[in-house]
Design a protein around this ligand. Sequence first.
Ligand SMILES: Nc1ncnc2c1ncn2[C@@H]1O[C@H](COP(=O)(O)OP(=O)(O)OP(=O)(O)O)[C@@H](O)[C@H]1O
Ligand SMILES: [Mg+2]
Length: 218
Amino acid sequence: MKIVAILGQKGGSGKTTVATALAVRAVQDDQSVAIFDLDPQGSATHWSERRGADTPAVVSCQAFMLEKMLEKAKEGGADLAIIDTPGKIEGAASASAKLADIVLIPVRATALDLDALSELKSLLLIHGKPSLVSYVVINAAPVQGRRHEDARAVIEQMHNLTVAPVHLSQRNAFADAAIAGQTASEYEPKGKAAAEIDALYSLILSTTRNLKTEVTHG
Ligand SMILES: Nc1ncnc2c1ncn2[C@@H]1O[C@H](COP(=O)(O)OP(=O)(O)OP(=O)(O)O)[C@@H](O)[C@H]1O
Ligand SMILES: [Mg+2]
C-alpha cells in the first residue's frame, strides 16, 4: 500500500480537492483506496456523505491513531491511502509527513501562500522526505497568463522545493463537482479539470514506480 499525504499550512489551498480527486481517479483505475480525514472540519467526510457511495472509503481519524489505522487498511488490502490534513503545521501534519511515501503540497500562486512554505520545508526535512517524493502542486492558477510559471520559479529558487510538473487551474468543475460529492473526473470526465487530475495521478504512479526501483536497487 502506498501512502500519499496532502499537506499545507494555508486554509483553502486545495488539499481536500486534491485528496478526493486523486482518490476517485485511483478508484477509476480499479485501486482500493481509503482517504484518512485528519481535519477536524471533516471536509472529506462531509464530501463522502454527500457522495453516498462506499468508494473511496473515507475514514475520520485523529493523528495519534493514524499509524494503526493505516496498518489496518494495509491488512485489509488497500492499494492507496490518501491523508487529508488541516491547514496547520501541527500533530496531524507531522504524523502524516512521517508516515507518507509521497507528500503533495497544494498551494495557490499568491505571495502569502508561498510565504507559508518555509515551515513545511522544515517539516519535510525533519521527516526525511526528499524532493523526489514531495511535490508542491500549484492549484487554482488563472487559466490566462503565466502566474503558475512565476510561482514555480519562486518556490524552486526561494524554498528549494520541487514543484510538480503539472498544475491545476482555477476551474468551476473542481468546485461544482464537490457539491454532489463528486470530483471533476466524474462531473466532467472529458473536461480540462479531469485531464489535469489525470496528469497528477500519472505523477503519483511514476513516483511510486521510482520508489519501488529504489527499494529493489537499494
Ligand atoms: N482548482 C480549483 N478550481 C476551482 N475551485 C477550487 C480549486 N481548488 C479548490 N477549489 C475550491 O476552493 C475551496 C477550498 O478548496 P479545498 O477545500 O480543497 O481547500 P483545503 O486546502 O482543503 O481547505 P481547508 O484548509 O479548509 O481544509 C473549495 O470551495 C474548492 O471547491
Ligand atoms: Mg480541507
